[in-house]
Design a protein around this ligand. Structure first.
Ligand code: GLY
Length: 380
């Protein structure tokens, strides 16, 4: 039985702030925020001119119209650039097309790029903003749960190379992040649950009380309770913002803690082709379970905590075993090979983020390969 869940503070009205000295920025989290975007952004933009980058899926929703109406009411002129949805838009070619289209509109360095969409749009538009005219201001308006709790905050922007995901990128912090929880109403259940992988990750790595709160409230939150959604997004983003503020450029090891479950997840994604077969958040859920089991097998954490994480995910219908999700397991050698390839850039041994238990993640260097293999063999 989980311990009695503690209450999370009411989601406050004021924005959270990522404390990065001259690059500090607000994260607004509220219902109806797209309708207030013009009012919020007008004082922040260097000039009332914006390039709005989105994809054809988002362009079919009311979100785009709500945002454009609000910007127009605040006197912000907008040019819209629409890309195809999906990971293929994070390639060099689409990046090149986007930057050329941006330049063709006659922008200058005071034009702000607005990214309205999920993680792909945020990463692509952010990288285009980072690299065009040596850096344009940009704003994140995330429309998926995963982007709201993870990829819109932190300043990592980038695109994919033939050698791997996100290998071409830049740190480029936004001017602001506007998280409108209403947009989640349109999100397909699969995407919502995939995004939940990144929600619970924040409890796993840094906050056992938050984990316990999610055990009690996640089902209602995923079912649509707006107050619970706001509270969960706010607490997740608070944790991420604090880690980013402490280690913006991932130099001290603190920021790496945000990668709990990701060493496994990246290997699973590589082995499934980074597509719809296995969404990033689904891979993270599988990976966190492995990280928890590995921590227990190495006698670094209680087995009970690994079981608690698995039971919680399963209770929400989130797969913890690749064989049930994909009708296949992952051969142990292939996973280890994919992990090694993924980490080549670090020119070192495989690094794992493990935990000493719920809420207590830490970064470790090499682990005993025999034990790693045992953990991977369970559902190979
Ligand atoms: N853009 C995601 C991050 O900085 O972590």
């Amino acid at each position: 039985m989980p311990p009695e869940a503690t209450a999370l503070p009411e989601a406050g009205d004021g924005p959270l702030v990522v404390e990065l000295a001259e690059r500090r920025y607000p994260i607004h989290i509220a219902s109806g925020l797209l309708d207030q975007a013009g009012e919020i952004l007008a004082p922040l933009l260097p000039r009332p001119l914006a390039l709005l980058v989105t994809d054809t899926n988002v362009a079919l929703t009311p979100h785009l119209g709500r945002l454009e109406t609000s910007l127009a009411a605040a006197g912000i002129a907008v040019r819209r650039l629409v890309v195809v949805p999906g990971e293929s838009s994070k390639g060099l070619e689409s990046y090149g097309r986007l930057v050329e289209a941006m330049l063709a509109t006659g922008i200058d360095r005071k034009t702000t790029v607005l990214a309205l969409g999920g993680g792909v749009i945020g990463d692509l538009a952010g990288f285009a903003a980072a690299t065009t005219l040596r850096g344009l201001p940009f704003v994140q308006l995330p429309t998926s749960l995963l982007a709201q709790v993870d990829s819109s905050v932190g300043g990592k922007t980038g695109i994919n190379s033939a050698h791997g995901k996100n290998l071409i990128g830049a740190f480029h912090q936004p001017l602001a992040v506007l998280i409108d929880v209403d947009v989640l109403q349109d999100l397909p259940e699969r995407e919502l649950k995939a995004g939940y992988g990144e929600v619970i990750k924040h409890g796993c790595l840094a906050d056992a009380d938050y984990f316990a709160w999610l055990e009690t409230h996640a089902a209602a939150m995923l079912a649509g309770d707006p107050t619970l959604r706001m509270q969960a997004i706010r607490r997740s983003v608070e944790i991420k913002a604090a880690v980013v503020a402490a280690d913006e450029r991932e130099t001290t090891g603190q920021r790496a803690l945000l990668n709990f479950g990701h060493t496994f997840a990246h290997a699973y994604e590589a082995l499934t082709g980074y597509g719809d077969r296995l969404l990033h958040g689904e891979a993270v859920a599988l990976g966190m379970v492995k990280a928890a089991r590995l921590s227990a097998a190495l006698q670094l954490a209680p087995t009970a905590d690994a079981l608690r994480l698995e039971a919680h995910l399963e209770s929400l219908g989130i797969a913890t075993d690749p064989r049930r999700l994909l009708n296949r397991g992952f051969p142990v050698d292939a996973v280890i090979e994919a992990m090694t390839r993924d980490k080549k850039a670090e020119a070192g041994a495989l690094r794992f983020v493990l935990w000493h238990g719920i809420g207590r993640a830490f970064l470790t260097g090499g682990v005993d390969t025999a034990i790693l293999r045992e953990i991977l063999e369970v559902d190979a």
